[in-house]
Design a protein. Structure first.
Length: 124
């Protein structure tokens, strides 16, 4: 494996429950939430190189409190991966390009996610 690149997204990303509630309200509002969130994420990943080989991502989720369930927190990886594809950092977020990912959770005074990305050689 190659070196690990690290990126910090210093914001509270929408949880799955928030996405469901917005989509129930209005599907256009749901699309706006997705597009706006991806644009915000881009500000944190704009210096990321384009990954040509499959990648493994370790997501390190930092929450300001323990109110949100872990599965709701981790669902935000969809916004991150879609933003990487939309802004040309990743060809696609399918299994050929995203080999694996892990989720790690921490609690502190701020909301952020740290991405640790490695290109993977010799994927079977």
């Amino acid at each position: 494996m190659k070196n690990t690149n690290e990126y910090v997204i210093s914001m509270k990303l929408p949880s799955l429950n928030e996405v469901i509630n917005v989509n129930r309200y209005n599907r256009y509002a749901g699309n706006n939430l997705k597009q706006n969130t991806q644009e915000l994420i881009y500000q944190y990943i704009k210096d990321m190189p384009r990954y040509e080989k499959p990648i493994k991502i370790d997501f390190h989720w930092y929450e300001g409190n323990k109110r949100r369930d872990l599965d709701n927190i981790a669902s935000a990886k969809k916004f991150i991966l879609d933003a990487m594809v939309k802004y040309g950092k990743l060809k696609d977020d399918n299994r050929k390009n995203v080999y694996a990912f892990t989720d790690n959770f921490y609690y502190g005074k701020e909301w952020k996610v740290i991405l640790k990305i490695q290109e993977v050689e010799n994927v079977l």
